[in-house]
Ligand binder design. Sequence first.
Ligand SMILES: CC(C)(COP(=O)(O)OP(=O)(O)OC[C@H]1O[C@@H](n2cnc3c(N)ncnc32)[C@H](O)[C@@H]1OP(=O)(O)O)[C@@H](O)C(=O)NCCC(=O)NCCS
Length: 195
Amino acid sequence: MTNALATLTALDVAAVPFAIRAEKSSDIAARERLLDACFGEGRHARTCQRLRDGRAPAEGLAFSAVRQGRLVGTVRLWHVDAGGRAALVLGPLAVDPSCREFGVGGALMRAALAEAAARGHGAVILLGDAPYYVRFGFTTNKMGALALPGPFERDRLLGLELREGALDGAAGLIVATGAVAKPARAERARLRRAA
Ligand SMILES: CC(C)(COP(=O)(O)OP(=O)(O)OC[C@H]1O[C@@H](n2cnc3c(N)ncnc32)[C@H](O)[C@@H]1OP(=O)(O)O)[C@@H](O)C(=O)NCCC(=O)NCCS
């Protein structure tokens, strides 16, 4: 492919619009495939997964990016107690490799943070690449006395206060506090058959 044609193709790809909307139950299979593709099967063993296992995301805070009818991005937020302070943990954030670098990840982040603020949440925490998340206001400030339930790299533990002072004095382990997840329809059917 010539350079000129490659540039044109990249522009065409970027020109196709996408939408951010609340996650639907019909998104789940595509979301899980996307997360497997982005993080590998070992993703279930990652430390932050301990904050999500068996829990439902915070109400109204699971989003999908959709493009030409296809799920191309996902982000969810989860209730935690962060060393004595109520907070949300954000993740996983993932965008389909074919749709990266034209704003899908940023749009998911901004939608999620705006909705979290609108719902009155005080702070969001995540484990991720600071050079990416700094653009949304995440820093290591007030994270120094917090820990995750497993191994983690300290410089990747980042926080953002949506309400000033929401993470003041946060110290100790970050633990899941979200509602217990209801089994998906397929799992409910399997449990009924087994009963
Ligand atoms: C990180 C991710 C969600 C970004 O999605 P995206 O739709 O490409 O993001 P955007 O288009 O909004 O932003 C692209 C910008 O982020 C930068 N960027 C992407 N990943 C980055 C990273 N890990 N560190 C620093 N910058 C990063 C790009 O260089 C680009 O910079 P520019 O705006 O200066 O050109 C996507 O690359 C992804 O799914 N990666 C695999 C999963 C993952 O790593 N998730 C995050 C866990 S830390």
